[in-house]
Write a protein that binds this ligand. Structure first.
Ligand SMILES: C[S@@+](CC[C@H](N)C(=O)[O-])C[C@H]1O[C@@H](n2cnc3c(N)ncnc32)[C@H](O)[C@@H]1O
Length: 260
């Protein structure tokens, strides 16, 4: 019964796509009843994933290392040498300590609101007044840009507060559930792509000083949306890179040295 209904809906959806046109040849010319793998409509075995509630609504946190954190930690590990001198991180200093270690001479923690045990700067990155200019060798901005509606203003502040030669290491979701905790406070506003992330950063940093990449693939994305954790996938499944399934966007931008 369910299979029949699903098949009807799927066929109807395909017809809607065909009628409206999506601008791509493969979507024109009538209904497609099989994917390239030969799986007929209604024949896909969703197994444990055939459910309307995710397996874990907390990003997989209750199961183990979250899949986005797996990619975030790999990114920070690759750029650990950038985490040195005076470092600013948002909300806490966990990544500063873990990846910067003894290279860090001073650690600052920025929070939008006062009260955090490790907070040293209370500021809104879109205004940024209390944050000193040209002060930081590195800013670690993991999973924060999506909370900020005025992304351009935040990027201008990030550029301003970096020392010449200082490095911004940022990550943002590309494919993710909403963070309900953040949504109900400052807002969960944006998902980025490699294209929008690069264009955004290039408004403040020279293009040749900006590196943007993505991590993830369709399996990692489905697993992440269901709240499965990194331990639910094999290493080669996590590491497979499909640029059309951008689970996480990673950004590195360097403020140029001042020219004499
Ligand atoms: C999910 S936390 C990200 C930081 C954390 N270290 C991490 O890796 O998940 C999101 C943070 O964004 C901060 N935030 C939201 N809007 C902000 C703004 N306009 N300026 C500065 N911080 C902001 C919130 O205070 C919150 O602590």
């Amino acid at each position: 019964m369910r299979g029949t209904d699903t098949g009807k809906h799927a066929l109807a959806d395909v017809n809607v796509l065909s009628t409206r046109g999506r601008g791509h040849g493969e979507h024109r010319g009538g209904a497609h009843r099989e994917s390239a793998d030969g799986l007929g409509v209604g024949a896909v075995d969703f197994g444990d994933l055939r459910r309307l509630d995710p397996i874990d609504r907390r990003f997989g946190f209750d199961r183990g290392l979250c899949i986005d954190r797996y990619y975030i930690e790999a990114f920070l590990g690759r750029h650990a040498d950038d985490i040195r001198g005076r470092v600013l991180e948002v909300a806490d200093d966990a990544y500063t300590r873990r990846f910067g270690g003894a290279r860090v001479t001073r650690s600052d923690v920025l929070h939008l609101e006062p009260g955090g045990a490790r907070t040293t700067i209370v500021a809104d990155l879109t205004r940024g007044d209390p944050i000193p200019s040209a002060a930081f060798d590195c800013v670690i901005l993991t999973q924060t840009l999506m909370m900020i509606f005025d992304l351009r203003a935040a990027v201008r502040t990030l550029h301003r507060i970096l020392k010449p030669g200082g490095v911004l290491l940022a990550t943002n979701p590309g494919i993710s559930q909403i963070s309900r905790y953040d949504m109900d406070r400052w807002g969960d506003c944006w998902r980025l792509t490699t294209k929008s992330a690069r264009r955004l950063l290039e408004e403040a940093f020279p293009a040749q000083h900006v590196e943007v990449t993505s991590a993830g693939n369709v399996l990692a994305a489905v697993a992440f949306l269901h709240g499965l954790c990194a331990g639910d996938l094999a290493a080669e499944e996590l590491e497979h890179h499909d640029p059309d399934y951008q689970l996480l966007i990673t950004m590195r931008a360097v403020k140029p040295q001042e020219t004499p």
